[in-house]
Design a protein around this ligand. Structure first.
Ligand code: FUB
Length: 327
């Protein structure tokens, strides 16, 4: 059982942590996190104040049900293709090996997705020499389906550069769709059997309303911004994500990991801080939402802390909305 009784407490307080990606490996809970730095950098739309350089993994101690920092699992200095900004990571497993997927800017300043491997879920992870071929943007999330296929879902607007990939080539001046046009969706592709590359080309996930119309780019309460996460519940696929400047985690439901997904509503109302980022995991028959806020730094956007609360479903499969002020 996981200790969610400490109301709204950070999982760890000795460092700033963000972007929690939770998985159960070897019957233990692992939370892969970004490590926010204590720096003073002016905020800008490129997200330069999120200047992270390494990743940590938190694990839950079974006896105390408290989380501990298992330490650094990958540092920028060991990744030859990275210039800066190690943003939200996630991890996956196949055939006895663990894989850490992470976004960072390459030497020319373009966000790419890298992969690093380890024999243990606690790392340390050894990075591949180059980023994944044909990868771009940020916030990779691993989804293992019941049929053993593994998918990588990713994407993020603005600082995450998704607008600049409307073709197969990076367009530095790309601005994305106009407000009355369909919003950009996250991208998804199956991973190859060795987990090091995409099996198919990344394709865009379509998010629609209950009438089957695409969510529009100007619909900032509902359109995809960043931080996609996929999970499965009673045979349905759930795609959840951040709405960015409206600061919500919302979700949509579909019949296929490739989409389309029908928008449902809000899962998590705004937290303290600009960004909101989450993951969802089933651990010993209960569902949990891991998320972050900036409460540990009294609201500084790039000094965040990771938290957890229980997630509940309604009888019709919809998710109960969580207000972080009431957990
Ligand atoms: O942590 C850096 C970025 O902030 C992540 O990649 C986004 O999802 C947001 O949490």
């Amino acid at each position: 059982m996981l200790n969610v009784s400490k109301r709204n407490e950070p999982l760890v307080k000795h460092i700033y942590t963000a972007d929690p990606s939770a998985h159960v490996f070897e019957d233990k809970l692992y939370i892969y996190v970004s490590h926010d730095l204590e720096i003073s950098v002016p905020n800008n739309l490129d997200g330069d104040h999120y200047a992270m350089e390494d990743y940590h993994v938190l694990t839950m101690d079974d006896r105390s049900a408290e989380f501990v920092d298992d330490g650094e699992i990958l540092h920028m200095k060991d990744v030859p293709w990275v210039s800066k900004q190690m943003w939200a990571p996630d991890a996956g497993f196949r055939n006895g090996k663990y894989y850490l997927y992470f976004p960072a800017r390459d030497l020319s300043g373009v966000f790419r997705i890298g992969v690093a491997t380890a024999d243990s879920p606690a790392g340390p992870f050894t990075p591949e020499a180059d980023y994944m071929e044909e990868s771009f943007s940020i916030d990779p999330a691993v989804f293992n389906d019941d049929d053993d296929e593994v998918y990588l879902i990713l994407g993020g607007l603005r600082g995450g550069q998704l607008e600049k990939w409307s073709t197969d080539t990076y367009m530095p001046d790309g601005t994305g769709p106009a407000p009355h046009e369909p919003a950009l969706g996250p991208r998804v592709a199956k991973l190859s059997k060795d987990m090091l590359s995409f099996q198919d080309k990344l394709m865009e996930i379509s998010i629609i309303d209950t009438e089957g119309r695409p969510i529009l780019a100007g619909d900032e309460e509902r359109r995809f911004f960043e931080g996609p996460w996929m999970h499965k519940y009673e045979g349905k696929y759930y795609l959840s994500y951040s709405t960015g400047n409206t600061h919500k985690i919302v979700y949509a439901i579909g019949d296929n990991p490739l989409g389309p997904f029908t928008f449902q509503g809000t899962l998590l109302t705004p937290v303290i801080g600009w960004t909101t980022h989450h993951s969802i995991v089933n651990f010993r028959d209960k569902w949990y939402l891991f998320y972050h806020d900036s409460s540990l730094s009294d609201g500084v956007s790039h000094k965040r802390c990771v938290k957890v609360t229980e997630l509940k479903y309604n009888a019709d499969g919809t998710l109960r909305m969580i207000d972080p002020n009431l957990v």
